[in-house]
Design a protein around this ligand. Sequence first.
Ligand SMILES: C[S@@+](CC[C@H](N)C(=O)[O-])C[C@H]1O[C@@H](n2cnc3c(N)ncnc32)[C@H](O)[C@@H]1O
Length: 260
Amino acid sequence: MRSPERLAVTWSSEPSFAHVDDARRAAARWGLALYERPRKGSLQRALGTVADALLVRGGDGWTLVDAGGSLRVTPGLALLRLKRLASGGALPDLLLRHAGITAGETIVDATLGLAADARVLASAAGPTGRVIGLEASLPLAVLLSEGLALETPWPGSAPLEIVHARADTWLRAQPSRSVEVVFFDPMFERTKAASPAFQHLRRFAEMTAISRATIDEARRVARRLVLMKSSDPSLFPPLGLEPLAPSSTASVYWGRLVVR
Ligand SMILES: C[S@@+](CC[C@H](N)C(=O)[O-])C[C@H]1O[C@@H](n2cnc3c(N)ncnc32)[C@H](O)[C@@H]1O
């Protein structure tokens, strides 16, 4: 994992009492160091001395800052997808089409990232469902967990529970057939341009490939489906996943294992 060696929690340069409180609580909850930032103190000076990356509570929520830039949690891309789904638009959401989620299901998003897919899955699972988002990177897990807690969820969504864990470790500890779907969207060494948020995510993300052993565990834990999204379809057969027919213009490919 490309996690910073040293991660600390702090607040913005002119914080409210509530933001200072939030930062203190988050540091305690996650067992992280707290940087008591002086009023108007420079973050750039703190980086490299106090910590390699800082989780900053400010008026615009939580931001993860390091020498390479900053990353925030926003509904972003998920919002466009959720609005399109709500308006009954003609274009299908490929994740929901392939996952076939019905209300009340429990879904594991084993590679949470910025939670765009998890938010869409949560909208389909509905208030009686459950979405568990696994994130191996501690800075990303804290950013997402604290950031999402400040948001108003999309109406009628399942609660989104965020767990700081590697997918393989978490899955091994679960009972067999205890969730409906396990979904993976792992990182790849891409050369093509990514969105700014994604470029920042890469500095913190877990980059190791998902192994066949992890897919086998997912198959044991899932009652219905193991699904993977990838930019490289050649990956699916060695993992025991059936490649789904791509559209002629696809840059994203889907592989699945239907559990019977
Ligand atoms: C491509 S991003 C996922 C993007 C996500 N689907 C979204 O909609 O924002 C992959 C994320 O999964 C995390 N990750 C990669 N391998 C993992 C693993 N084995 N267990 C848990 N998290 C993992 C990475 O740290 C990264 O944040």
